[in-house]
Design a protein around this ligand. Structure first.
Ligand code: A3D
Length: 320
């Protein structure tokens, strides 16, 4: 049986890391696509030359020609520009919307059966636009943000509690922005919800609130430290987790930006929710019960994304 084909649209910091991880995990053959001639070819060759030491069997191809992504099983999209210090994700909207148009059309014409994971920011609006431009089924187009936001939350919690990250679960819902909604009630250490751990005296409410804020600011913290780009190791790892669940039909329960039609009081809208990812793509949106406060935060986050989608429609007539 032929190996799966993984197309990475954008061969920058995240794209290169995705290619390396896909090779190390032997998820399939990799095609790196970028408009900057030389970059995808150089990264593909460099990673292929790591093969003998690592012992992976996967071909690496770099290209500037969409024809090379033909028949891809998975496309992960990072094409566009990242944030610079002082910029919000939303500042990227105009420039990255144009990029989504060319990428969406490239996928539509060459890899219409792929499972597509968008990473380009501002995430929730870009995944919506990418779906519109590509015309692929909604269940086959989603965005990576919740896995990363949850991973950041889990990391901070594991340090606070002094326990293994493996035993910390966490849920972050809503848009990938300042209004994201971390859910302490659905976040646990060894199965014990965070509010119970505070009651047990393991930590304080102040510390829990600080961690939530740090999670919300997680991307900006790294942008500030790097000074010339945004996070790429953890974003790439998070998207690979989603791609692997699709390729191996693992049916992982992962939060991601998915098309929500009916659940959470939404009718046809992309936003971060828990999902089941398997061979059919986004197989299920898990409609968890939110309390009044959580629902209010979620609604605020949805409104923020709605504003960005409206801005996209204002920029590109074909989206209106
Ligand atoms: P970067 O290293 O600049 O790579 C982007 C690549 O896209 C560059 O190599 C460009 O040449 C290429 N590119 C630009 N326009 C096109 C085009 N039309 N077609 C194909 N390729 C093109 O950025 P990065 O890899 O650090 O980040 C990529 C994106 O991910 C940015 O928009 C970031 O804001 C975003 N990002 C999202 C998250 C989330 O959690 C959602 C996290 C981190 C970064």
């Amino acid at each position: 049986m032929a190996r799966p084909k993984i197309a990475l649209i954008g061969a920058g910091q995240i794209g290169g890391t995705l290619a390396h991880l896909a090779a190390l995990k032997e998820l399939g053959d990799v095609v790196l696509f970028d408009i900057a001639d030389g970059t995808p070819q150089g990264k593909a060759l460099d990673i292929a030359e790591a093969g003998p030491s690592e012992g992976f069997d996967a071909t690496m191809k770099g290209t500037t020609d969409y024809a090379d992504i033909a028949g891809a099983d998975v496309c992960i999209v990072t094409a566009g520009v990242p944030r610079k210090p002082g910029m919000s994700r939303d500042d990227l909207l105009g420039i990255n919307l144009k990029v989504m148009k060319s990428v969406g059309e490239g996928i539509r014409d060459n890899a219409p059966d792929a499972f597509v994971i968008c990473i380009t920011n501002p995430l929730d609006a870009m995944v919506w636009a990418l779906r519109e431009f590509s015309g692929l089924p909604h269940a086959k187009v989603c965005g990576m943000a919740g896995v990363l936001d949850s991973a950041r939350y889990r990391h901070f919690l594991s340090v606070e509690f002094g326990v293994s990250m493996k035993d910390v679960t966490a849920f972050v819902l809503g848009g990938h922005g300042d209004t994201m909604v971390p859910l302490p009630r659905y976040s646990t250490v060894g199965g014990i919800p965070l509010p119970d751990l505070v009651d047990m005296g393991w930590s304080t409410q102040e510390k829990m609130d600080e961690i939530i804020q740090r999670t919300r600011d997680g991307g900006a913290e790294i942008v500030g430290l790097l000074g010339n780009g945004s996070a790429f190791y953890a974003p790439a790892t998070s998207a690979i987790e989603m791609a692997e669940s699709y390729l191996k039909d693992q049916k992982r329960v992962l939060p991601c930006a998915a098309y929500v039609d009916g659940a959470y009081g939404l009718d046809g809208f992309y936003v971060g929710v828990p999902t089941v990812i398997g061979a059919d793509g986004i197989e299920k949106v898990v409609n968890i019960k939110l309390n009044k406060d959580e629902q209010a935060m979620f609604d605020k986050s949805v409104d923020a994304v709605k504003g960005l989608v409206a801005a996209c429609k204002g920029i590109d007539d074909s989206l209106a």
